[in-house]
Design a binder for this molecule. Structure first.
Ligand SMILES: [Zn+2]
Length: 276
């Protein structure tokens, strides 16, 4: 089992967007914001963040011209204003939940059936839809999925994943080569939110899944059923436009998220490694 990204308790690594990685230790999560212009070398502004993303100190280079200093200020404001705006929309909820991915291997090699970019794209799409509600996701655990579980055909196949789930605290996602419909044999699905024996819920996602399938299954995990509305996240009717959630679905997600936190079904694992 591999623990990825920031350690749940101490925080050891924060990635960056467009700049070099910055390693930090301790409870404070740090990152480097890079701002480049065509005429000048890259300027580095270091911002030290508290656990919840609040700025503690900013150290900028002293010789930054006033105009570009103003640009930096605006950029920093945008960085820190966004989570505050999302915080306001969510009614105060601001939780980051860990995702545990168990990934099957390809038939002809030990390579994973999907690469990290594929997984990141799924998580990013889920965060696009969920983060305005104060619920975000971060990849915290990766495990190999044994060949015996790589192809899902029956209810028993799905139930057999239950012992492989983590204890409460994260959402388990099993990435498989194929996922046959247990009610309609011969039909292959892209994902499912499954409740195993004993009541443990987890997600199974096929390698053929489109970019919003993880978000759709998380929509089920957070209490939503299907709808017929075209391009809704929880609908099978899609035009290719970015899917959306309606107000009732958003309220359901917030209620489930709050309940998961209160009961310990899911726990807050701290800020995401990428802030935007
Ligand atoms: Zn569904």
């Amino acid at each position: 089992m591999t623990r990825r990204t920031v350690d749940d308790v101490t925080g050891t690594l924060c990635d960056v967007t467009g700049g070099a990685p910055a390693s930090t230790t301790g409870a404070v999560c740090g990152f480097v914001l890079s701002h480049a212009t065509a005429a000048h070398d890259m300027e580095i502004v270091q911002a030290h963040l508290t656990h919840r993303g609040e700025m503690k100190t900013i150290d900028a280079r002293d010789n930054v011209p006033p105009v570009r200093r103003a640009i930096l200020v605006v950029a920093l404001f945008a960085v820190f204003a966004f989570p505050r705006a999302a915080h306001a929309q969510s009614g105060g909820l601001d939780a980051v939940f860990g995702l545990s991915f168990s990934i099957a291997r390809q038939t002809a090699s030990d390579a994973r059936i999907v690469d990290e970019g594929w997984v990141d794209a799924q998580i990013n799409e889920a965060n696009r839809l969920f983060s305005p509600l104060g619920t975000r996701f971060r990849w915290t655990i990766e495990k190999p999925l044994a060949e015996t579980h790589a192809s899902m055909h029956t209810r028993a196949d799905r139930d057999a994943l239950t012992p492989l789930t983590e204890a409460n605290g994260v959402v388990d996602v099993f990435l498989v080569r194929e996922l046959e419909d247990v009610d309609d044999p011969g039909t292959y699905r892209r994902g499912v939110c499954w409740t195993g024996k004993g009541g443990k819920r987890f997600l199974i996602v096929s390698q053929v899944a489109g970019i919003s399938v993880l978000a759709h299954e998380l929509g089920h995990f957070f209490g939503n059923q299907h709808t017929q509305v075209t391009d809704n996240l929880m609908s099978y009717s899609r035009t290719g436009a970015p899917p959306f959630l309606d107000d009732g679905q958003k309220a359901t997600i917030t209620a489930f998220s709050t309940r998961f936190l209160a009961t310990g079904r899911l726990v807050d694992v701290g800020p995401p490694i990428r802030f935007f």
